[in-house]
Design a protein around this ligand. Structure first.
Ligand SMILES: Nc1nc2c(c(=O)[nH]1)N[C@H]1C(S)=C(S)[C@@H](COP(=O)(O)O)O[C@H]1N2
Ligand SMILES: [Mo]
Length: 471
């Protein structure tokens, strides 16, 4: 889509100003909304609500936040204007604006440890030079494959949720009060925007394992990037192992993804090739993949020791064996139980009241402590539910602690890894309401009312409480 230069200049100028003075962000939103109404083409026009909000003093409303103006940063390749800014390397989805079954790339959260590697600065992620080394004492034939080799291999497509295990962390603060030592949760304040659903095209591990020939002693598989670091062409400590049993349980579902929603994998999401481990925390789906090591021993790396592990009194860490392989971590850093499968969860397409969390995301549609506002009268509320281990059986909602009522699920569960959308009628009078949503999976596990403390605030799969004000 071509953009008129003057509009883009306006965006860039405003963006530079914003970076110089983040306090001007709100003003910028208003200025842009007003400017856009005058001259910009339809795609660039903020919805009428945005103009109204701008006139009323600048705050974004539920409907227009997340449909904000373009925002470019050197740390990402895509325009992150539709995402909320958590910090330098993390961008959350605007879940209150989600309405599609497949999340478009422009609305898909980015969770990076470091800035996105760019092919123009780092050959290792340029498809012309990209190499994947597959080796280790658990394979019969080591190989190195190119991007063209990969494209010639048989591939499959799967629709699957990708979720950061830290999604929902805000609710550990807001609902469970884990703000102070000894039970203090730390990490990105995702709200509920650390999740999206895409169609992934991938070469299944079943094919890769046939090529290299698995030895009977194979114990673990390490998916390793090693690419994304503090600066281009440095080595990073990012990768994630899984046991060979975990792969052999579903070798056609786990694989090497090279397309997202029908297009070549975008740089911010791991181009040219990432691991895809549907149903597990997103941290297992290593982006910018360059190495697979299959060994007769276990691997310990950042993402299965002191990061992305359940740490706390309820989670005793595993004990390493003498011949295990350690990359960038020491045995004394095995602090918790690595996060794997994601439990059943649900969300409404409404922003959360964020009152207590340490850092408010920039361009969140609500100020600290503010409730979203709905109009009185009959309406339909909608949301998303997922339970990637078993699939979603049902979704219930309740208002102000009254009886649970079944919501209507509107999408088929085409495989266990997909989310489904649900809706239910809501006809409130003026006042304050708490709306709760609860997924029950096909094994009969329902979302609990709370989740015990863990230091990193992972796996918040308790029932979320959405507070609204009806006027
Ligand atoms: N190389 C690399 N792979 C990575 C990460 C990373 O920082 N570097 N982040 C992981 C985490 S924690 C998550 S949740 C997912 C996020 O994928 P997305 O940014 O495509 O949404 O990528 C995973 N793969
Ligand atoms: Mo993550």
């Amino acid at each position: 889509m071509s953009r008129p230069d003057d509009f883009q200049n306006l965006v860039h100028a405003a963006h530079r100003e914003l970076q110089a003075d983040p306090g001007r962000r709100r003003f910028f939103m208003s200025a842009l909304a007003t400017g856009a109404a005058v001259a910009a083409p339809a795609w660039a026009q903020a919805p009428a609500a945005a103009a109204a909000a701008a006139a009323a003093g600048g705050r974004l409303t539920i409907g227009d936040a997340g449909r904000g103006p373009s925002r470019f940063t050197p740390n990402f390749v895509k325009d992150v204007g539709l995402l909320t800014d958590l910090n330098r390397t993390n961008q959350g989805g605007a879940w209150w604006n989600f309405d599609t079954y497949i999340t478009p790339v422009s609305q898909f959260y980015i969770r990076n440890a470091f800035p996105t590697p760019r092919p123009e600065l780092d050959k290792r992620v340029d498809p012309r030079y990209w190499r994947l080394k597959i080796h280790g004492d658990g394979v019969q034939r080591e190989m190195t494959i190119t991007y063209d080799d990969l494209l010639k291999m048989p591939s499959r497509s799967i629709v699957s949720v990708m979720q950061c295990t830290g999604n929902g962390r805000s609710l550990f603060w807001e609902q469970e009060g884990f703000l102070d030592e000894p039970r203090r949760v730390v990490g990105n304040g995702w709200g509920l925007g650390g999740v999206g659903q895409a169609e992934w095209q991938y070469v299944p591990m079943s094919h890769i394992l046939d090529l290299v020939g698995l030895k009977p002693n194979a114990k673990a598989v390490l998916f390793w990037s090693g690419v994304d670091g503090k600066a281009p062409n440095t080595e990073s400590d990012t990768g994630r192992p899984m046991s060979i049993q975990d792969v052999l349980e579903r070798p056609d579902d786990i694989g090497l993804a090279f397309k997202m929603n029908g297009e070549p994998l975008p740089p911010d999401h791991g181009a040219p090739v990432r691991a895809l481990v549907p149903g597990w925390c997103g941290g297992a789906s290593t982006k910018w993949l360059t190495e697979i090591k299959i060994s007769s021993h276990d691997f310990w790396v950042r993402l299965n020791t002191y990061d992305h592990t359940m740490m706390g009194p309820d989670y005793p860490p595993p004990k390493p064996a003498p011949n295990d392989e350690f990359r960038f971590v020491k045995p004394e850093q095995l602090l918790g139980i690595p996060v794997t499968w994601q439990e059943g969860r649900s969300t409404l397409a409404l922003p959360l009241v964020l009152d207590r969390q340490p850092d408010m995301p920039a361009n969140y549609p609500l100020a600290r402590g503010e409730r979203p506002v709905l109009r009185a009268g009959a309406q339909v509320l909608r949301g998303y539910a997922w339970a990637p281990n078993a699939g979603v059986r049902s979704v219930d909602v309740r208002i102000n602690g009254r009886a649970w009522q079944a919501a209507r699920i509107i999408d088929p569960q085409i495989n266990r890894y997909t989310w489904v959308r649900f809706e239910f009628p809501f006809a409130p009078a003026q006042g304050d309401y708490v709306i709760e949503t609860r997924t029950t999976d096909r094994n009969g596990n329902a979302q609990p009312t709370n989740v015990p403390f863990n230091k990193g605030g992972y796996n918040f799969f308790a029932i979320p409480k959405f507070m609204v004000r009806v006027v």
